[in-house]
Design a protein around this ligand. Structure first.
Ligand code: ZN
Ligand code: ZN
Length: 263
């Protein structure tokens, strides 16, 4: 099973490209992912880099962004100053400038000055280093959790992706979704295995839910379980769904039946 973060990054990419934004310490960040996933900036960057290295995701280079030549920080503050006298009193038109104080004129790029937010270094465009930013795009087909996220959103349920819980063992577990409603909360894992979800995968989940001390969790097997098991485990409900779309409605029915959400 891929890590929870990989699963969600691939899943979100199945709905379209994701934009990268410069990040002063980690090089880049993915704003759309950051909102939805319970993860730190560097974990998302590492996951995206791993997926690029694996060949599952490609970086579509769209523009270069200046980075600090001293520390590599990619989001310096830009301003326009006369390169001769330093004045900010400039006439600007059509990509060129004329200094109102000393009369120097030239291309706007010559007047572009940067200061690094991280280390304070002042530098010109010519002195800056450049980093390629753009969008990331899915290269392969990926299993998508988006129908589930979309149905939870539509039902007005508050949910988080890759929710984490530290268990009694001290180990931190991740669950694909965590849903909180007026009537309680639930941790949900979705397992997808061609030909049916194996018993080992289910046991991994049960062990995790037990260690995390969760009172109510949900395990959805797509397209079903490989063998029949007794789903009568106290701390989990084991449900089967033929497809991810069916899983979305199975989850919704379950959290309505248990009163977690009332709509
Ligand atoms: Zn000047
Ligand atoms: Zn710097």
């Amino acid at each position: 099973m891929p890590s929870c973060l990989k699963k969600h990054v691939l899943s979100m990419l199945s709905r379209g490209d994701l934009e990268l934004a410069p990040h002063s310490i980690y090089g880049f960040r993915v704003p759309k992912l950051q909102e939805a996933i319970e993860a730190k900036d560097f974990e998302i960057r590492d996951t995206v880099n791993e997926l690029i290295n694996d060949g599952q995701v490609e970086l579509v280079k769209e523009y270069m962004t200046p980075t600090c030549p001293a520390c590599g920080s990619p989001d310096p503050i830009a301003r326009l100053n006369c390169p001769k006298c330093g004045s900010a009193n400039l006439d600007i038109s059509n990509g060129s400038f004329k200094c109102k104080d000393c009369g120097t004129a030239g291309s706007l790029n010559d007047a572009l000055m940067f200061s690094c937010k991280t280390c304070g270094k002042q530098f010109t465009l010519g002195e800056s280093h450049q980093m390629a930013l753009g969008r990331i795009r899915l290269k392969t087909r990926a299993f998508s959790l988006e129908p589930i996220a979309e149905s939870l959103l539509k039902a007005g349920a508050l949910y988080y992706r890759c929710a984490r819980l530290t268990g009694k063992s001290g180990y931190t577990h991740s669950f694909d979704f965590y849903v909180r409603g007026r009537g309680g909360d639930v941790y949900i894992d979705i397992a997808y295995e061609e030909g049916g979800v194996k018993l080992g995968t289910l046991f991994e989940f049960l062990t995790k839910a037990f260690d995390a001390g969760i009172s109510y969790s949900l395990f959805i097997a797509i397209p079903g379980l490989a063998i029949k098991v007794d789903p009568g485990v106290k701390w989990a409900s084991v449900l089967e769904a033929g497809s991810v779309e069916e899983a979305a409605s199975v989850i919704l029915n379950e959290i309505k039946a248990t009163g977690i959400i009332t709509k």
